[in-house]
Design a protein around this ligand. Sequence first.
Ligand SMILES: Cc1cc2nc3c(=O)[nH]c(=O)nc-3n(C[C@H](O)[C@H](O)[C@H](O)COP(=O)(O)OP(=O)(O)OC[C@H]3O[C@@H](n4cnc5c(N)ncnc54)[C@H](O)[C@@H]3O)c2cc1C
Ligand SMILES: *[C@@H]1O[C@H](CO)[C@@H](O)[C@H](O)[C@H]1NC(C)=O
Ligand SMILES: *[C@@H]1O[C@H](CO)[C@@H](O)[C@H](O)[C@H]1NC(C)=O
Ligand SMILES: *[C@@H]1O[C@H](CO)[C@@H](O)[C@H](O)[C@H]1NC(C)=O
Ligand SMILES: *[C@@H]1O[C@H](CO)[C@@H](O)[C@H](O)[C@H]1NC(C)=O
Ligand SMILES: *[C@@H]1O[C@H](CO)[C@@H](O)[C@H](O)[C@H]1NC(C)=O
Ligand SMILES: *[C@@H]1O[C@H](CO)[C@@H](O)[C@H](O)[C@H]1NC(C)=O
Ligand SMILES: *[C@@H]1O[C@H](CO)[C@@H](O)[C@H](O)[C@H]1NC(C)=O
Length: 511
Amino acid sequence: MACFLSFFALLTVFAHAVRADPYNTFDGPGFPACNEVAAVYHPTTMDEMAALVRNASDAGVPVRASGKGHMWYDTMCTDDPNTVIIVTEALAGISNFTPPDDSGVGSLVIEAGVTFFELADYLHEHNTSIGYSLVNWNITVAGALAMGAHRSSLSQPADVAGAAAAIDLLLANGTFVHLSEAEHKDTDDWRAATTSLGLLGIIARVTVKIYPEFKLAANQKILAEKDVLEGDIYGMINPYPTANFWWWPGVKKFHYRTYEIVPNDADGEGFQSTFSLSEFEGNTAKTLLENGANSSFINLSTESLFFSIWSAPNFHDKNSDIPALFWPVNGWSYDSLIGGLYPDTKPEWDYNLRGKTLELAFPVTQANAMLTRIRELFDASEADGHLMTSTYRSGINIKFGQVFDDLLSQTSTLPQDTDADWSKGTIMFDFPTYLPDSGERYNEPFYATLAETLIDEFPCRPHWTKNTREVFQRSVKNLDPDILARFAAVREHYDPNKTFASVVGQIIGVV
Ligand SMILES: Cc1cc2nc3c(=O)[nH]c(=O)nc-3n(C[C@H](O)[C@H](O)[C@H](O)COP(=O)(O)OP(=O)(O)OC[C@H]3O[C@@H](n4cnc5c(N)ncnc54)[C@H](O)[C@@H]3O)c2cc1C
Ligand SMILES: *[C@@H]1O[C@H](CO)[C@@H](O)[C@H](O)[C@H]1NC(C)=O
Ligand SMILES: *[C@@H]1O[C@H](CO)[C@@H](O)[C@H](O)[C@H]1NC(C)=O
Ligand SMILES: *[C@@H]1O[C@H](CO)[C@@H](O)[C@H](O)[C@H]1NC(C)=O
Ligand SMILES: *[C@@H]1O[C@H](CO)[C@@H](O)[C@H](O)[C@H]1NC(C)=O
Ligand SMILES: *[C@@H]1O[C@H](CO)[C@@H](O)[C@H](O)[C@H]1NC(C)=O
Ligand SMILES: *[C@@H]1O[C@H](CO)[C@@H](O)[C@H](O)[C@H]1NC(C)=O
Ligand SMILES: *[C@@H]1O[C@H](CO)[C@@H](O)[C@H](O)[C@H]1NC(C)=O
């Protein structure tokens, strides 16, 4: 009977796509990652995942993997309503711990569903870390790696993909292939597999490089806007293992965050949180932001409030949960760089604080020109009666990336079609903005103008999960057709039937 039922279910799902619901991002209903999908599966073993993929591809059904849905727009799948989603959450095994040897590097094997949070806990217990190749906590390493995610550093590897020593890909026909950096370094196969946009197959396992655990001192200064716009930006970021800016255009200031290594026996176990809010903070922010859309007074006061809150350390003591009051703050690597959620708080999106974002990468050599151009656009908008402020609790995020030569990484020097010099690294402009309950993002027309101006005037590259379809479409002209063709050739080899296609892959012409 069970057999009969599942066969029937399979027929309906694969053949008729009766259940064409959206598959949502972490923001929930109203925020589709895929507009229509036929089914969402939660396999609990690798074999089950392989069988699901094989069954789907045998039926000509498109498949996408999903980690935590930590993305912003409807770009995960294609628009084929037969698509099935394979959620990797339950495949969270960690194995083969090999401690760092004399070279300082060890390794560990993680399955697709392992999040940074789980990995960091495991590594800290084993006196190890993944260095600076990390992003936020409740995101899968495989999902971040697939999409070229990165932290912020010019002097250290900052792409999550840089952490990979090997990748096991699950292909459409249900077989696994093992690709390792040792065997495939500098081949197009490796350079496509490490920033694959999920287009070759499902990243089933990753062997990550690990390092001895270390402590960092986080520090932060406030800079006048012109000190950054006219400053030596490379010189401010490069000396640190990781550093970034947050821009507050209404109050015309920047926060300048830096981290330095301190001895492992230095005092302090600071724990960072970017998204933790108490109920009171969450509700206050919600009221201010809902009312700020049409009032310069309210939106400027909101920014000033966010700015002053963000000036204090966003750190608590890991053990006592007591807030840190003064910079610098010492902490273990992951606690210091990312941290997590404080006790009795919720992330901002659980208070219905929704945002949309736009993220573009530029050669760091053009950092001053790019930020100055954006300031001109802010000024023009203000002259038009639309004061531009940051409506995000941590301002506009300005990050950096060391060169990482993948075919599709934002930080690659492989593309040859521009006059731009990417060899010093990249600067990323990540502008999240508030989305009120009414549904129209603050200053919507401004964001379109901003994106178009930047894409048309600078050799910039889109972040693969933080942009709309329109931004990808307009960005194609800045991408090197030869590099896209090389990626497409690898994609054709691993996924000839285009089982793992996505809107992003379609727009940039690689599927
Ligand atoms: C709060 C927040 C903070 C963030 N911070 C950063 C940051 O600091 N830096 C940065 O660069 N990015 C950041 N991101 C973006 C994030 O890293 C990416 O969107 C990442 O891809 C999300 O991973 P996920 O596990 O949630 O996967 P999902 O959102 O579920 O999927 C993202 C994409 O990856 C594909 N995918 C997922 N898993 C696999 C797999 N196993 N194999 C193949 N393809 C797969 C999916 O099909 C989809 O196309 C942030 C996002 C959020 C929401
Ligand atoms: C794959 O399809 C077969 C029938 O063709 C079915 O018996 C099996 O349960 C399916 N596997 C999964 C994981 O759905
Ligand atoms: C952790 O690793 C560091 C760096 O290798 C070493 O100095 C320290 O003794 C280790 N601590 C423990 C508890 O193993
Ligand atoms: C992580 O995401 C899961 C849902 O995928 C959620 O249940 C869990 O509470 C989240 N954890 C944190 C710390 O936000
Ligand atoms: C591609 O699809 C065809 C027809 O469905 C199938 O016979 C073939 O095995 C598939 N190829 C791969 C590599 O999955
Ligand atoms: C702001 O104005 C727009 C257009 O008039 C309106 O749709 C929206 O509801 C207003 N928002 C607030 C919070 O008043
Ligand atoms: C702030 O309020 C003004 C109205 O005075 C509005 O034009 C502008 O769009 C608002 N700015 C932001 C960032 O919401
Ligand atoms: C599965 O597909 C890959 C990629 O097309 C191919 O190289 C491999 O031979 C196939 N394996 C089987 C068992 O069909």
